[in-house]
Design a binder for this molecule. Structure first.
Ligand code: ADP
Length: 485
């Protein structure tokens, strides 16, 4: 065999098989657009057998193709498509890319089914559009929120902030980092000292701290008025846990503050108004007591009245203490004293008023520095609570021990106990536990609040251990001034 005949036999024997192996659809037409050749992929793409195609013209098999630009501009006019043409076939319901190559004897066409790819692209476009739309909606909500929200980078420059935030932080820099802004913000500790700028919420969040529910701060407006705000901040961390920014939230709480002030003013006024007639009634009663000694029948009644007036005086006293605390006017008359005699005295007095056994388990002889009268008040509150919340008339144990440099006093009862959730709040102002049946024990929910504040002012602290149904143990500690010899 000569060389040419070898090539020819190769072509005729293998070319068709080879074309069936490739993954693209391949068609060859003559100039009148009769199918001369189709590979396997081409036949399956158009959903016909090779027999149904070969020898027929394109428009015979697919009449709808005649109106398309693929047919008019390329197949009919035998133009070479420099780039693949994207073509949608409604009859096949498929997207194709088609390349047209005019040759010396006809037209070769290579086609690829890109329907799946097109669907993915379409879905991605739809998703992108939906995302853009929701971004716009979210941004609109973000912008009009009456709460200031801002996001800063690790250096404290705000990258994003809504309209309200721009009112409070117009320079894009954290107040603690910008002197002109720093001067507009004020925050105070409970003792009245000013909180330094490095402890402002934003600065703390950049050090990794979660400042929640936030710090109460005053903001100086352009017109010179001051707005009460609550500023919260949380750190933003990268994948390695490193702080890369913070989110700050500023809330206008002036209305809340005004209401609080109104309530405080009312309590203050009401308790002062109540105090005067109570004092008068007490004096008149004492006068009556003296003159009714000879008539025991009336004396009992007057004594009962006296006890009721004492209770009322105690409640009014609590109200007055709260307003004093709020105004920072609760002054302590501090001195050095031995605690034990005060405890003994209180117990002796209270034992007369209850059939609960008050048990003393006192093994310390320590001096503290503080207000004797206020410490009495704390002890009376803890013991009367222990009695009040132990309806079964069980024992109340008053104990003390020394721990490091502190005297620790505990008042334990075996009464109704306090749930874990309520334990966190019993030292709050006006907090009372409401039982399932809606009932609360008599009281104003102020005793522990005042006791806690008094102990804090004497340099100590208060806490509680309790189990519901089993009883409670309320503790306070005070720094030891010295040991008694
Ligand atoms: P109140 O004058 O209403 O008793 P307190 O401030 O003294 O107010 O106490 C707050 C609340 O804490 C009480 O109403 C009660 O629900 C709970 N509480 C305090 N002491 C005890 C105790 N020993 N046992 C159970 N509950 C207690």
């Amino acid at each position: 065999m000569n060389r040419l005949s070898t090539q020819k036999s190769f072509d005729s024997l293998f070319a068709a098989d080879f074309m069936d192996m490739i993954n693209d659809a391949f068609f060859v037409f003559d100039y009148s657009l009769h199918f001369l050749f189709v590979n396997k992929k081409a036949a399956s793409l158009v959903g016909k057998t090779k027999k149904e195609l070969l020898g027929k013209t394109v428009s015979q098999v697919f009449p709808e193709v005649k109106k398309t630009s693929l047919y008019i501009d390329f197949l009919k006019s035998r133009r070479f498509s420099k780039k693949p043409i994207e073509y949608y076939s409604p009859s096949m319901k498929k997207w194709l890319t088609v390349s047209v190559y005019p040759t010396k004897h006809g037209i070769a066409v290579c086609a690829k089914d890109i329907t799946v790819q097109k669907k993915i692209e379409e879905n991605a476009q739809k998703a992108e559009k939906a995302l853009q739309e929701s971004k716009i909606q979210l941004d609109a909500v973000f912008q009009i929120l009456p709460i200031g929200i801002g996001l800063s980078d690790a250096k404290g420059n705000y990258i994003l902030s809504n309209k309200t935030m721009k009112h409070y932080i117009p320079t894009n820099v954290l107040p603690s980092k910008d002197n002109s802004l720093y001067l507009r913000w004020e925050a105070y500790n409970p003792d009245g000292t000013r909180i330094p700028r490095e402890n402002y919420p934003g600065a703390r969040a950049l050090r990794g701290e979660y400042v929640l529910p936030g710090m109460e701060m005053l903001y100086l407006e352009d017109d010179g008025t001051k707005t009460w705000t609550r500023v919260a901040a949380i750190p933003l961390k990268d994948e390695d846990g490193k702080v890369c920014g913070q989110i700050a939230i500023v809330l206008d709480i002036s209305e809340e503050k005004r209401n609080e002030q109104r309530k405080d003013d009312f309590i203050n006024m009401a308790s002062h108004e109540l105090k005067t007639p109570l004092t008068t009634a007490k004096i008149l009663l004492q006068f009556l007591q003296k003159h009714l000694q000879e008539n025991p029948k009336y004396a009992i009644l007057v004594n009962k009245m006296d006890a009721q007036i004492d209770k009322l005086t105690l409640l009014v006293g609590e109200l007055l203490d709260v307003t004093r605390l709020e105004k920072g006017e609760l002054k302590l008359q501090n001195e050095v004293f031995l605690v034990k005699p005060i405890v003994e005295d209180v117990i002796e007095e209270l034992q007369l008023t209850t059939i609960h056994r008050l048990v003393v388990d006192w093994h310390t002889k320590l001096f503290v520095y503080g207000d004797k009268r206020r410490l009495r008040q704390v002890l009376v509150n803890l013991i009367t609570n222990a009695v009040k919340f132990s309806p079964e008339k069980t024992d109340v144990i008053i104990a003390s021990h020394k721990k490091n440099n502190s005297l620790v006093v505990s008042v334990q009862d075996f009464g109704i106990g306090i749930s874990k959730e309520d334990q966190e709040h019993i030292f709050d102002r006006f907090y009372q536990v409401t039982k399932n049946n809606g009932n609360t024990f008599p009281g104003l929910g102020l005793g522990l609040f005042i006791a806690n504040e008094v102990i804090i002012r004497m340099g100590g602290k208060m806490w509680c251990e309790s189990e519901e149904g089993k009883g409670s143990k309320l503790y306070f500690s005070l720094p030891i001034y010295k040991n008694a010899n």
